[in-house]
Unconditional design. Structure first.
Length: 636
């Protein structure tokens, strides 16, 4: 399958300990004799300049994929920030990082987690860490609608929503009575009414310390979250655990993989069976059961909890080999693919058979139209618009391009070769994603493969290495690797959305709901944020309202008493795109962004007497350094 003359073969050390055996062999072929020197030069050249660029990059340097200085990318990439807890926006195909959206983390630049507005979203006593995996955009009729992005937090069982007009997080909820929200997708049609979220870990219920040894009684739940209200609409108990999820294109079904049908609490136990399963959720029947009151509730929450265990009319279980991981619906919704992980196979489900399955006209395995071998460690599958699928092979460090219809023919006994190409990626890919590939508008232009290891691909930065997100051109007959993209921990997953579908504001609307509470507070204090600088004392609480226009704050000094709780509210009156101010109170851990026409506020205790300078720290003007003022703290 591997052509040793393929320019895409990596120029790397043949003694790669993690390369699978057949990859090593092909590399030896490619690197034999003087080619080994080329390999070494390529690896060094990647860091120092065009003259020594490896062949893979040279091939693309003046191609349609390059985005010159000042040119705009064709796609927005929305990247999970992994256990950094944020989301990132990249431009595709340049792979330039455009922006970071703090979500479950504390962000020093914007003051996320520090400002009152962000703390209102995060909630009281919000955890400081997060672990994002799956970013997905809201849809209408199977197409991105540019309204919201959603992302999970496995670390603290949360789901967040990001407003696409300002690219800020506007809602975060904690899913009750579960541990580790992992798989997340949206209902694709008729619109994103629900965000579907898998809780991964089985646990006792109630989790009150009395049933810890009763492992057989542990369970977990699949969750339907109302995307508009950001409330959990229902939870449904399943057998086994829940890994990844996806939905169909009719809005009727969602389905999740389970790697622990064994219900084990140890590694060996999770691998005991040859098969785990896919569990299919019938959304209409779930809604009807909620309506009919056919549910219970769990302590501390009034969310309806339904029974979706084996035998329930709300679910069906389809056996799938072995510890399956990703589940991916093909564009248009005819098929979904479960990726075998510990089995070298993928399992193809024909989704229009699910009606018959729920009507008990067919057996669960009758929905499987192919189960074919691709290679070692299949984790996730992405799609183009020509009937081809691209599956990451973690252990082989490859992307396998295969044809779904041919796989179905092969499975039914016809002698067809369904595997079209295997491309080495560097190294150990997890998720991959194609441009527009989870929608009806899949366009088959680019594939991103997200690798867990970068090893020798970049200058070493200490024992901790970046991940490597590689861009692959899939518009032709063969996949071509065109870019290495080092990224910080750890983009599990991404989506790529055509730029025409994302419409962001240039400056804030003064009525923006993200600072509505602060505006309401000013109103109660009788302060007009657009025209007044004012200090209001309310017992030992002091509210300092000021405007900012580059390069001055409305107040260059204000007085408080030691021990006062001070709230600084700043409204940036600049109307010029990109003129963002910052507010930083030195030695007080206080820091925030105030973008044009935005109001932002921060509260702290003025616990030290004397002069305390504040300054603007988003570069806004030639006199940006001079944009500062003094807080004068008098002794009590
Ligand atoms: S999972 S590497 Cu968290 Cu999306 Cu598959
Ligand atoms: Cu205002 Cu810098
Ligand atoms: Ca298993």
């Amino acid at each position: 399958m591997i052509d040793p003359k393929d320019k895409n073969l990596p120029a790397i050390d043949v003694a790669d300990p993690q390369a699978s055996e057949h990859v090593k062999v092909s590399r030896r072929l490619f690197l034999g004799g003087s080619a080994a020197l080329m390999g070494a030069a390529g690896a060094i050249g990647a860091g120092v300049g065009a003259g020594l660029l490896p062949a893979t990059a040279q091939a693309s340097s003046n191609s349609k994929h390059s985005v010159g200085p000042g040119e705009l990318d064709e796609y927005y990439g929305f990247w999970s920030g992994g256990h950094s807890g944020e989301m990132r926006i990249l431009g595709i195909p340049s792979m330039r990082e455009l922006m970071r959206i703090p979500v479950f983390n504390v962000d020093s630049a914007t003051g996320w987690g520090i400002t009152n507005e962000s703390r209102e979203v995060l909630g009281e006593n919000a955890p400081l860490n997060g672990d994002c995996h799956h970013p997905h955009m809201s849809m209408t009729d199977g197409r991105y609608d540019g309204k919201y992005l959603f992302i999970n937090d496995k670390a603290n069982s949360r789901v967040a929503r990001i407003r696409c007009d300002i690219m800020k997080t506007d809602k975060i909820i904690t899913v009750p009575n579960v541990q580790a929200i992992h798989g997340l997708r949206v209902q694709k049609a008729p619109f994103t009414k629900y965000v579907f979220a898998n809780a991964e870990f089985r646990m006792p219920h109630p989790n009150n310390g009395l049933k810890m040894d009763d492992i057989a009684s542990y369970y977990t739940m699949f969750n339907g979250i109302d995307a508009e209200k950001m409330e959990v609409s229902w939870q449904i108990i399943v057998d086994g655990n829940l890994d990844n999820t996806d939905a169909d294109y009719t809005g009727k079904y969602a389905f999740s993989t389970c790697y622990n049908a064994e219900g084990a609490v140890d590694l060996e136990g999770t691998m005991r069976s040859e098969r785990d399963h896919l569990v299919i959720f019938n959304i209409e029947l779930i809604e009807a059961a909620v309506k009919a009151g056919d549910f219970t509730t769990l302590p501390g929450s009034d969310v309806p909890v339904l029974n979706g265990r084996k035998g329930s009319k709300l679910t069906r279980y389809v056996p799938v080999p072995k510890n399956p991981h990703g589940i991916n619906t093909a564009p248009g919704g005819k098929y979904a693919i479960a990726n075998g992980k510990l089995s070298p196979t993928v399992t193809v489900f024909q989704l229009d058979k699910f009606d018959d399955l729920f009507a008990d006209k067919i057996k669960p395995r009758d929905t499987v139209v192919a189960e074919v071998e691709l290679g070692l460690g299949p984790l996730h599958t992405a799609f183009d618009n020509r009937g081809n699928a691209y599956t990451t092979l973690f252990i082989d460090s490859q992307i396998c391009k295969w044809n779904v219809d041919k796989a179905i023919q092969a499975y039914s006994g016809k002698p067809v070769d369904y595997i079209l190409q295997k491309l080495d990626v560097h190294y150990q890919p997890g998720h991959n994603h194609t441009t527009m590939g989870e929608t009806r508008d899949a366009d088959g232009q680019y594939l991103v493969s997200l690798q867990k290891f970068s090893k020798d691909r970049f200058l070493q930065c200490g024992p901790l290495h970046p991940e490597n997100d590689q861009l692959i051109d899939i518009s032709g007959d063969t996949m071509k690797l065109i870019h290495d993209g080092p990224t910080y921990a750890e983009p599990h997953d991404c989506i790529m959305v055509h730029r025409s579908l994302v419409k962001t504001r240039k400056i804030y609307d003064r009525k923006d709901p993200s600072f509505a509470s602060t505006v309401a507070m000013a109103k109660r204090d009788g302060v007009d944020l657009n025209s007044q600088n004012k200090v209001i004392r309310d017992g030992n609480k002091v509210r300092v309202y000021m405007m900012s226009v580059a390069p001055v704050f409305g107040l260059t000094e204000f007085k408080v008493k030691q021990g006062d709780e001070v709230t600084v509210v700043i409204t940036n009156l600049d109307q010029i795109e990109d003129v963002t101010h910052g507010f930083c109170m030195v030695n007080h851990g206080v820091q925030m962004e105030i973008s044009p026409q935005q109001t932002a506020s921060v509260t702290f205790i003025a616990d030290k007497v004397g002069v305390h300078w504040y300054y603007c720290n988003w570069f806004c003007h030639a006199l940006h350094m001079e944009m500062r003022g003094r807080m004068l703290v008098e002794p009590k």
